[in-house]
Ligand binder design. Structure first.
Ligand code: EPU
Length: 419
């Protein structure tokens, strides 16, 4: 199994180009199934999750091919409706086939995702949404089976105990484009990846009002055609490089970052004492003087993103004083704490709070990544740790970061992949 070796101590300097967004590409890929002709999607990152979604589309009969960063999707032979366990267990976003299959084929069979390293992954809101549109849902042998001879527009409240759901909004949006009449989604997720899907569907010919707001109004039944589209930049990859600049007391310019999607991260970094400035076509992040501890509340967008929680923790672990991070989205997303503590960090967990006491130095160690963002955080910690950090289970990282070791190494980091 591959590992990543990082030797800490080099301040990162230079420019890095932010790639296309993983979490925006995945919904767009399934939405392309709703078109009556092929779609061509640009700026698609080369990631394992994108490969897995390509396989899901293949299982459904569609053709998807990624060359360079351009993905062609031909839905002509999309006539199967089952997303099997083998694919759903490696990537929960396979659940998006529920909305797409119901919309186009009137039937969907998708393996239940179950839990994962960051917590329970319920899909009750997805099911509530498609049932409200008229689908009959049964759960048998670990699969959700949904059937609808006709979908009918209605008003659906998608609020859950932890706020809105990105995934449920994606599924209901897709199904609602095929429903007769008007569907209103209240408490829709307003994450940029949902807004991207709304833009994509509207460009295909759908009629969806309320982009970027928690109230989406979908006038169903429109003919959707294949289009050319370019996916927005990945705000979590950008945020991860911002922290890489901050933690190494470096000076990095992110090219192509969408600044408006990074307000919470920029504001928190500024509070800590990091200089974050808009620069020509991007964002410049550098250190200036001492850092201060901070309290970070993880909240739905536009709050501080859960997908940046582990990374900001790595930074705060090196900042003198006491910081508190409160995770409100995923109940079990603190697995990286134990590995960071093995590197000399001083972090204690009390239910949904992590109390981070900054230490003067971290020391390199062999560490185990538990999920995608935890892997990135351990690499960030390794960038400033004394000696070598060996990050294992790199397959988590390859789900969401394209060539991260090459990008960091181009900025001056001592990092390499070992076979
Ligand atoms: N929830 C429910 N019921 C549901 C669905 C969700 O209670 O039916 C709860 C979840 O348990 C969670 C909260 O609602 O507490 C938010 O979950 P959401 O459905 O928004 O998450 P998701 O769509 O499964 C996406 C990203 C995650 C990211 C979250 C939150 C993708 C493929 N995944 O997951 O990204 O953490 O939104 O922003 O877009 C990652 O990229 O590393 C990652 C985990």
């Amino acid at each position: 199994m591959q590992k990543i070796s990082v030797k800490g101590g080099k301040p990162l300097k230079g420019e890095v180009i932010v790639g296309g967004s993983k979490n925006a590409t995945l919904p767009v890929m399934t939405a392309a199934l709703l078109a009556d002709s092929p779609c061509s999607i640009q700026n698609v990152p080369h990631l394992n999750d994108i490969k897995t979604m390509t396989q899901v589309l293949g299982k459904l009969g569609a053709k998807a091919e990624l060359k360079d960063h351009k993905l062609s999707i031909d839905p002509a032979k999309f006539d199967k409706f089952e997303a099997p366990y083998e694919l759903v267990k490696t990537m929960r976003a396979s659940i998006y086939s529920l909305g797409a299959c119901l919309a186009r084929l009137g039937e969907a069979k998708v393996s239940l995702p179950g839990g994962c390293a960051i917590g329970a992954r319920p899909i009750d809101l997805h099911l509530k949404g498609v049932e409200a549109l008229g689908a009959k849902v049964t759960i048998e042998h670990g699969y959700v089976h949904a059937k609808a001879s006709k979908l009918k527009g209605t008003t659906i409240l998608l609020a859950g105990p932890h706020g809105p759901s990105l995934g449920a909004t994606v599924n209901v949006l897709m199904a609602a484009t095929a429903a007769e009449g008007t569907t209103v989604i209240e408490s829709a997720s307003i994450e940029p990846e949902v807004t991207e899907l709304v833009d994509f569907l509207n460009a295909m010919g759908a009629s969806i009002e309320g982009r970027g707001t928690p109230r989406l109004v979908i006038h169903g039944g429109k003919r959707l055609k294949g289009i050319e589209y370019s996916v927005l930049p990945d705000r979590i990859e950008a945020g991860t490089f911002m922290i890489a600049a901050a933690i190494t007391r470096g000076d990095v310019t992110l090219k192509g970052a969408e600044i408006s999607h990074l307000t919470a991260v920029s504001e928190k970094l500024r509070q800590i004492g990091v200089l974050v400035e808009e620069s020509d076509g991007g964002l410049r992040v550098r250190s200036a003087g001492d850092y201060r501890p901070a309290d970070v509340w993880i909240l739905p967008y536009p709050g501080f993103p859960t997908d940046m929680q582990a990374q900001i923790m790595a930074l705060l672990a090196t900042v003198p004083g006491v910081s508190v991070i409160t995770e409100t989205i995923w109940e079990n997303r603190f697995m990286h704490v134990f590995e960071m503590n093995r590197m000399g960090a001083d972090i204690a967990i009390d239910r949904s709070h992590a109390v981070v006491k900054g230490v003067p130095k971290l020391t390199g160690a062999p560490v185990m990544a538990s999920d995608l963002r935890a892997s990135a955080a351990l690499i960030l910690a390794g960038l400033v740790a004394e000696g070598e950090t060996l990050v294992q289970r790199v397959y988590h990282l390859d789900r969401g970061y394209e060539r991260i070791e090459q990008k960091l190494s181009a900025l001056g980091a001592e990092i390499k992949r070992l076979d």
